[in-house]
Each structure stands twice: as C-alpha cells, then as structure tokens.
Design a protein. Structure first.
Length: 262
C-alpha cells in the first residue's frame, strides 16, 4: 500500500509542472502517489496528464476546478480527499523537489507533528536554462555561479535533527502533515479567497491549537523555487489578514468552510 501522497498546488505554468514531475521521478524513495491540485481547468493540463501519466513511476492523479479567482484552499481540500495515504506532502507549482525530499518527509511525518522547510530561490537566468534544457541539475557551485539566493537551504544535510518551532509558520510551498491531523481541523479554510494567509499561516495556528507541534527540517527537505514575477498585491494580502484576524478572535481551530461544511 502506498504510504505518502505529494500534493502539488498548480496554476497555469505547465512548463514548471513538467519539471516538478521530473523531480519527483528522480526521488530515491519510490512509495508515493502524486495529486495535482489545479486551481483552473486548462485542457492542456488534462491532455498532458492523460498522455504522460504512464511514463512516471508513481500513480498520478488530477483534480481541477473552474478558474474563478484565487481558490487554492478549495482545490487543496479536493486533493486531500483524493489522497489515499496518511502522510501528506504539500508543494507549490513553482518548486522542484530535491531527490531526497519525499524520503525525508516520509520518515518523519506522524500524528501530532507537522514539518516544514524553506526554498532555494533560483535566478531568472538559471530558471530559463532549466526550462530550455528540460534537465535538472542543482550543483551547489552552479547555483552560486548563477546568483541564486537562499543557498544555505541548498545544502542537503541528512543527519540534521528536526527543530521544534513554536514561533514560526509553515510556508505552503514545502510542508508535510498527517492526514488525521489535517482532518481534525477540517482541512483548509475556504473562506480565504486571496493569497497570503489561508494556505499556510492559518493552517499553522489551527494545527497548533489542537496540540500538533511544528518542526523545521531545513536542509533535509529542499525545494528549488523557479523564478517568476510575483502576483501578490497588498490589497489582497490585507483582505487575507483581516479574515485571519477574525478567525484568531473567534478562536475555533476547526474551520466551518473546509473539507466538510458546517
């Protein structure tokens, strides 16, 4: 029985998705499935998956919805429902996993603990090189030469122990949790329809409020963030922050508009 599900939050960049799937194909740990959570219903995505799913060593599934604004949390909930395993890893559709990422999370994820790591920021030129060559190569000195950032997080250190973090939040691009713990808070809160809080900070405080403890595994679970122009805006962030503040004031870690609707 498959032990782990990798959920990829995806929106429009099929060129990025192909690289992420290649990164997953290169994983040293093979006992996992992948669910692509597309906040869109692009025909080219469906066609690509249908034509290529048998080329991968892992089961590949796809959930999608109409492109009607930012509804990442809604499609993530659909992906959680689709997942057949207890261990869940979440990646964003602009982050290529290191070959040991699935192994690292799969060895650690357990009920009562959730884990996160950061990302190496690839430069624009290096990102373009990877897309054009369709080959993954993340040699540390090559990353340095191409002026990539956050290089401390590019050093894979398998013997580093997880570090308890009581004053940090996950980043939605690279984290893992047990399905049981996520179900206990009713998954992602679909009241958030702008980016910035609902897919990471909100989930962090709700998991903590139910007694789940957060651990950092930097340098054990590495992702490489592909360069692109950021699409966040301050108005959207302010809206998410306002909703988050209301949720904190209400104090209920189990959201009403999540996997189940109350």
């Amino acid at each position: 029985m498959t032990k782990t599900t990798v959920i990829i939050a995806f929106y429009k960049r099929l060129d990025f998705l192909k690289l992420i799937l290649e990164g997953l194909q290169q994983q040293t740990f093979k006992d996992f499935e992948v669910v692509i959570a597309e906040d869109n219903d692009a025909p080219e995505t469906k066609n690509f998956i249908e034509n290529n799913k048998n080329n991968y060593s892992f089961p590949l599934f796809h959930v999608c919805q109409e492109d009607n604004g930012f509804r990442k949390n809604k499609i993530l909930n659909a992906a959680v429902k689709k997942a057949s395993t207890e261990k869940l890893i979440f990646l964003d559709g602009d982050c290529i996993p290191h070959p040991k990422l699935v192994y690292s999370y799969s060895q650690l994820i357990q009920k009562g603990r959730f884990y996160y790591a950061r990302r190496v920021m690839l430069s624009e030129k290096f990102t373009q090189n990877i897309i054009e060559k369709a080959q993954l190569s993340f040699n540390f000195f090559e990353l340095m030469y191409h002026k990539c950032k956050k290089l401390r997080d590019a050093l894979y250190l398998p013997f580093v122990l997880p570090v308890l973090k009581e004053d940090r939040d996950i980043w939605g691009c690279n984290w893992g949790v047990s399905k049981s713990d996520l179900l206990a808070i009713n998954g992602f809160d679909e009241d958030y329809e702008t980016a910035g809080y609902g897919e990471d900070i909100d989930v962090t405080w709700r998991l903590r409020a139910t007694g789940v403890r957060l651990y950092a595994i930097r340098q054990k679970a590495i992702v490489y963030h592909l360069f692109h122009t950021e699409n966040y805006n301050q108005i959207a962030l302010n809206k998410s922050k306002s909703i988050f503040d209301e949720k904190i004031s209400a104090g209920n870690p189990v959201c009403k508009n999540g996997l189940s609707k109350f």
